[in-house]
Design a protein around this ligand. Structure first.
Ligand code: CA2
Length: 153
């Protein structure tokens, strides 16, 4: 039973530790701890096992992506502002050859032009944005749907 679970690492980048404390009109009033609780609850329902990592440091996020190879079935990545700048994070995702879903709380395409560019998207199986914290739950569903079960092996 345990090996049927889709193991997902949920990564959050710079400033997302401040979620729920400022700019609620853009990012909502849910804290990162709340988001993690929502993901844990949802994961149990859909057959996933989730773990979490947040860092404000680009290299630390890259190390976490590298460490996911061979231990995780997929990644969910909200790279924060690194989304729009980081070729290094994009390369890290390509290097581990794991399905990755890009998530943003806000609809980045309806915001400033510099947020319309995403290096992360080039390495993603898909992008979810504008759904607030719910986007992480949709991303879990997407990875569970992509993960080949025993019947597909
Ligand atoms: O919408 C998203 O999830 C973003 O990834 C959030 C990033 C932003 O740079 C991206 O363009 C879109 C910013 C995260 C900042 O989070 C804060 C949360 C609360 C208070 C202040 C910042």
């Amino acid at each position: 039973m345990a090996d049927k679970l889709t193991k997902i690492l949920i990564l959050n980048g710079p400033n997302l530790n401040l979620l729920g404390t400022r700019q609620p009109e853009i990012y909502g009033s849910t804290t990162l701890a709340d988001v993690e609780d929502m993901c844990r609850t949802h994961a149990v329902k859909v057959g996933a096992q989730v773990s979490f990592y947040q860092s404000n440091i680009e290299g630390a996020l890259i190390d976490a992506i590298h460490a996911a190879k061979g231990t995780q079935d997929g990644l969910i990545l909200n790279a924060g502002a690194y989304t729009h700048t980081s070729i290094a994070l994009m390369d890290a995702v390509f290097s581990v050859e794991l399905p990755m879903v890009e998530v943003h709380l806000s609809n980045v395409h309806a915001r400033e032009e510099f947020r319309h560019v995403s290096y992360i998207s080039k390495a993603a199986i898909g992008q979810l944005c504008g759904f607030g914290a719910q986007g992480y739950l949709f991303a879990i569903d997407a990875l569970v749907a992509c993960h080949p079960g025993p019947q597909a092996a």
